[in-house]
Design a protein around this ligand. Structure first.
Ligand SMILES: C[S@@+](CC[C@H](N)C(=O)[O-])C[C@H]1O[C@@H](n2cnc3c(N)ncnc32)[C@H](O)[C@@H]1O
Length: 271
């Protein structure tokens, strides 16, 4: 992989601008108590995902990069691996912040017309990377699209250096958005919801349960991740929720409905 040409530009300036030295995490305050304004802005952006993808994903990428930096410090100069990164908005944002960021995406259609330079067509189960190369491994909204989330997580952990950060988020099945484009009708059954989507829009749904969308639950995922010996859980929180973002994830049952999207911040253990 060749370092991206923008990597060095303004790295020092960026750090000065944010008042951060390399590796020093941001204050946690804003993240621990995320604001209504932020959640509203994200919600509005999601509503324009189809007609303004750049606006929507640009905002989401800035927000996610802020979250990464809140837990792991500035990404400037760090190696960030974006797994299942779609059109590359997150990779581009990490690069804007001075990271050596690389996009790995298995589906060429998801890359779109303007993928980031050096994007690699690769499956997250088998990344073409040596062990421990990444300071940050980032995977946004991919886990519910893989049939074997635990094997996927093992690969994320493998490529992350000991002490490095792993950012994983997913929309759980019982979230109001769990059915993706056919939500919230998935509560009445996936097949019925897909059929309804086709009837209403005249086009086939992108997702099929059991093929490219899987019913991932928060409780099961937390139990499995906590039982792993390659990562420790730094935080399990609602990714978009404006308040009680960690508390909601602690309430069995309720969390499956109320979390909407689970964000796991994991730290790679020494092998
Ligand atoms: C909902 S999109 C998320 C895209 C982007 N990360 C985001 O948050 O906007 C799900 C992505 O997961 C990718 N994906 C599905 N299976 C994958 C796998 N086995 N390894 C890596 N990515 C995968 C899809 O190709 C798609 O780009």
């Amino acid at each position: 992989m060749t370092p991206h040409h923008r990597i060095g530009e303004g790295r020092t300036r960026l750090r000065e601008h944010r008042g951060l030295s390399r590796g020093s995490p941001r204050p946690f305050g804003a993240l621990k108590d995320p604001s209504f304004r932020r959640s509203l802005a994200l919600l509005r952006a999601f509503r324009h995902e189809q007609d303004d993808p750049d606006g929507c994903y640009g905002l989401l990428a800035r927000d996610a990069a802020d979250q990464v930096e809140a837990y792991g410090g500035s990404v400037a100069g760090r190696t960030v691996v974006d797994v299942g990164g779609g059109g590359g908005w997150f990779t581009e944002e990490f690069r804007r912040r001075g990271a050596h960021a690389y996009l790995f995406e298995p589906d060429v259609r998801e890359l779109g017309e303007k993928p980031p330079d050096g994007a690699v067509i690769a499956d997250g189960y088998l990344l073409p990377l040596a062990d421990g190369v990444a300071d940050v491994t980032f995977s946004s909204n991919v886990l519910e699209h893989v049939a074997d989330p635990q094997t996927f997580l093992s690969e994320l952990a493998r490529v992350t250096r000991p002490g490095g950060l792993i950012y994983v988020s997913f929309t759980n099945w019982l979230s109001p958005w769990g059915g993706h484009e056919w939500a919230p009708w998935h509560y009445f059954g996936a097949e019925r919801a897909r059929a309804r989507y086709r009837r209403r829009t005249g086009k086939p749904a992108k997702h099929t349960l059991g093929e490219n969308l899987f019913a991932v639950h928060i409780g099961t995922t937390l139990r499995q991740v906590r039982a792993r010996d390659d990562v420790t859980v730094v935080s399990a929180r609602s990714r978009y929720w404006p308040f009680l973002a960690e508390t909601v994830v602690k309430a069995p049952g309720i969390r499956e409905l109320a979390t909407w999207n689970l964000l796991l911040i994991l730290r790679r253990c020494p092998p």
